[in-house]
Structure formats: C-alpha cells, structure tokens
Ligand binder design. Structure first.
Ligand code: HEC
Length: 471
C-alpha cells in the first residue's frame, strides 16, 4: 500500500547501499527525504511539510517517535502553513535503532533544537501505541504532546484581567484589574483569564517590527477587541458577536519603525464562545503571522464555525468527526450530550458528554480557555452496519427544537430513529418501524454504563423508547 502510493520509495530502497543502523543522515535520506526533502524543507517545493524549523520536532521527543510509528494524516499546520496530506506509518519498516538514529539526526539538523531520543523511548512508545491501527491526526498529537510555543513578535508582554458585564469594549482605564501577569511567550491567549464569561483582558507590550515599513494587522474576536499601536487605534471588532461572522474581521495598516513599537490589545467576553485571533504581516508579504495561539485553519475539511446548543435548541455539526465514518452527522443536544450518527452505517456511532462545542474547537485547535479531553470521553456505540443490504438512508428531519429523526428505508419497511435530550445528561431514543411484518433486531451498543440493553427487537407499529445515560 505504501509502495503503491509512493512508488518512488521503492526505487530509493533499491538504489541505496546497505546501511549501518546508526547512520541517521543516510537513513533519513532513504526513509524520509523523498517527502521531506534532503534539506528538510519539504519535497516538491514545499508541497510536503518541512522538518527544518518545524515545531513538531521540538519539545516532547515522543511526538516524533509516534509520528514515525503510526504516520499522520489530515489537516496540520507546520510553520504557519496548512497541509492536508498523509504520511504512511513506518513502524514496521524501521527498527528501534533506526528510528533513534533518524530522529537524532532530524532533531539537530538544519538548525533544529529538538531533544535527544533514546532507545527506551522508542520501545515504550511502541508498546503504548501497539494497538493503534490508524495514523494520528494533528489535534490528537497536540492533545497528547502539546506543542511548545514559539516566540512571537511580542516582547515585554503583560496581561491584565478584568471582570464585568459589557456589550461593548469598555474603557478599561476606569476599571480595576483583577490581576496582572507577565506573558513571556508573547502570545495573546485567553486561557490566562481562566474564566468562562463576563471578563476582559488588556495586553500591553512591544511589537518588535523586523524593519521600517508598512504593516498590516488583522483582528477578529468573539466578542469585542481593539488594537492600538504607538497609542493609535489600528483595528477594532465592535460589540457582541461571533467569529463565524467574517464581516466582523477588522484590518488596519500602520507604518512602523524597526524595533519596539508599544502595542495594546483590549478584549472583552460576554457569554458563550470566547476567541480572538490577531495576525500581522509586512504589507508586501504574503504570509500572515499569528500572535494568538494558532492561525485559523483555512482547510475546508475543518469546521471553522464552532457551535453551541443555543436557547434549548439542538445544533447540527456536519463535518468530519473523528472516530466516525465519513458521512457522520453530529448533534449537540442542550443537555450537554452529543451524538454522531453515521449515514454510512445507518446507526448512531458516537456519544460524548463533554459539550458539543469542544468538538469544533478540538478540531481547529483554536479553543482557548477550556478544552476538555473530548477524545477521552467518546463512547463508540457501533462502527458497523447491521441493517439488511437493501436499507437506504432517507435523510433526517428536525423537530421544532432541532431534534433529529433519521429515516431508513428497507424493502417494504421504514425505520425511524428519533433522538431527544433527557434529564441529567441522558438521551432518549425512540425507534419505530412501519410496514411489512418482519421484526428488526436493533443493536443499542456495547457499553453497559450508557446503554440500556445490548439490543431491542422492534416490531412494526410498536415503537420502543430507550434511554442512554452519559452522566
Ligand atoms: C511518503 C511521504 C513521507 C515520508 C516517506 C515521510 N513523511 Fe513525514 N510527513 C509526510 C506528510 C505528508 C506529512 C503531513 C501529514 C498531514 O498532512 O497530516 C508528514 C508529517 C511529518 C511530521 C510532522 C509535521 C512536520 O513537518 O514536522 C514529522 C515530524 C514527520 N513527518 C517526520 C518524518 C520522518 C522522520 C520521516 C522518515 C522516517 C518521514 N516523516 C517520512 C510525508 C512523509
């Protein structure tokens, strides 16, 4: 499979002379350079991601080991650039010594300052991830091995947190701050407030302009934010509102002198989602650089609109959901429980109780403040199809509160599968069958803590209601 996909690997393997297991540079040339390029800058002119200067090979060295062992796929950002490709696993092709040698080369090559990798670490990682069959995704790795923050253009940064209820960015000079902190990473990060709602933050410091010239800034926030440089307003996002509304993005141009330019960023959060993004570039440059934890990913397969059940209504999430089949539809119920239904398997696949929104934030890695370990609490109900081959997905309908009924048609029968939120983290599922005479055996899942029974027998005209308990 690997060779079919990447035939050039075979030719490399045949041409290469026999190698000493420890020769990291040569092993790199054989096993990695085809995609990451001999100079580590990414093959085919950077269509593949670089290893030179990559944040992924810095910090916890186990991350690199994990990537070699199991591969990685899906959206990833490396050095501020987005990719959405696939790296095949190489754990079976490479021995522990070879992985050690390759990584000790990669971690120190091209100016990298990654950590040393010891043989034990590779052995431990092999055992730990032995049962894993799928390649990693970037968000999974970020949760297991958080990336180290790179220094930004912000120096001498301090933050002040304020408490209050506002509908506009207030005049912070008239309010007393709760606390003041130094932010040595130079990152505008909302998590420092550790508050969910009704707060404000003001950051002050120096924007270190690399050269004299014109600069562009891009500010977006949920809710309001304001950017000042050298005491002058440059961009402002006004009032309450969401980053899903792209019209709120505010851009400003300003001429700066090389070196320190005093910068001030003001932010306030009402209720619900909290988020901010602030990017800058030299006016003539292409690439934005981000002063907030991560650039918004532009890849279409990543949800960019975080959702939250609002006003007691259930919300839909029609995007890639990890651990679920490609045609999965997610529903976030106001009871704080979420469910993903597979239109491929015609059955509910996943249940989780950490709050729907975190699925979106988890995926974009733009979540700030609180990112519960969603993956740790996802329950897989089923991942295969059990209905007869004639069964066809006939779409879903929503009741006035947004609760879904999934419809499946079989030869002479119609199955409808209705989900509503119950009390205290429960979900109520009502199954009904019309037409025909056959009784359908419907599996309910295999998790005794959440599932009322292993399966139910469903007879035409006799609806069955079951309750899944997630908390
Ligand atoms: C067949 C092509 C291919 C080969 C061979 C390959 N990689 Fe990758 N690698 C990729 C792709 C593509 C990605 C990004 C995957 C994505 O988009 O999620 C990646 C991502 C990575 C990353 C994380 C992102 C980054 O750029 O830092 C690391 C680290 C990495 N590879 C290391 C290696 C090492 C070490 C080897 C050799 C043992 C290797 N790769 C071999 C294609 C390859």
């Amino acid at each position: 499979m690997l060779l079919r996909r990447y035939p050039f690997l075979l030719s490399l393997a045949l041409l290469a002379p026999p190698l000493h297991a420890q020769d990291g540079e040569q092993l790199y040339g054989l096993y990695c350079a085809a995609c990451h390029a001999p100079d580590g800058k990414g093959a085919t002119g950077g269509a593949f991601p670089p290893l030179a200067g990559s944040e992924w090979v810095h910090g916890n060295p186990k991350r690199s080991v994990a990537i070699i062992l199991k591969g990685i796929h899906g959206p990833i950002e490396v050095g501020g650039k987005s990719y959405n490709l696939e790296m095949p696993p190489q754990g079976d092709a490479l021995g522990d010594d070879q992985i050690v040698a390759i990584l000790n080369f990669v971690h120190k090559a091209w100016g990298n300052k990654g950590q040393e990798v010891k043989r034990d670490l590779v052995q431990v990682a092999r055992d730990e991830f032995a049962s894993r069959t799928k390649p990693w995704t970037a968000p999974e790795l970020m949760e297991l091995f958080p990336l180290e923050k790179q220094p930004t253009a912000l120096a001498n940064l301090t933050s002040r947190v304020y408490k209050g209820q506002w509908v506009q960015t207030p005049d912070f000079s008239k309010i007393e701050a709760e606390n003041v902190e130094e932010e040595h990473h130079g990152i505008i990060d909302l998590s420092i407030a550790a508050l969910k709602q009704d707060f404000g933050i003001v950051w002050e410091g120096d924007f270190m302009a690399p050269a004299d010239g014109e600069y562009e800034f891009q500010l977006d926030a949920d809710d309001g934010a304001r950017l000042l440089l050298n005491g002058h307003p440059v961009a402002e996002v006004k009032g309450l509102g969401s980053m899903a509304n792209k019209q709120r993005i505010s851009e400003g141009k300003v001429t700066l002198k090389a070196g320190a330019n005093p910068i001030r960023i003001e932010y306030f959060q009402g209720k619900g989602i909290q988020d901010i993004s602030l990017g800058w570039k030299i006016a003539s440059a292409q690439q934005w650089q981000w002063l907030t934890p991560q650039a918004p990913l532009k890849s279409p397969s990543v949800p960019t609109i975080p959702l939250l059940p609002k006003d007691g209504r259930t919300v839909i999430y029609r995007n890639f959901i990890e651990g679920s089949s490609p045609r999965a539809i997610g529903f976030g119920f106001p009871s704080g429980v979420s469910m993903a239904y597979s239109a491929d398997n015609l059955a509910p696949e996943l249940l989780w109780a950490d709050g729907f929104i975190d699925a979106g934030r988890h995926w974009t890695n733009r979540g700030q403040g609180f990112q519960p370990p969603m993956a740790a609490n996802v329950i897989t109900l089923s991942n295969q199809r059990f209905l007869p081959p004639s069964a066809r997905f006939k779409g879903y309908t929503l009741d006035p509160k947004g609760n879904p009924t999934f419809n499946v048609k079989m030869e002479n029968q119609l199955l409808s599968d209705f989900w509503t939120p119950g009390e205290n983290g429960t979900l109520i599922r009502t199954l009904s069958l019309t037409g025909g005479s056959s009784v359908l055996e419907i599996p309910l899942g295999d998790n005794p803590q959440v599932t009322p029974a292993k399966s139910v027998s469903l007879a035409p005209g006799k609806p069955v209601t079951v309750t899944y308990k997630l908390r």
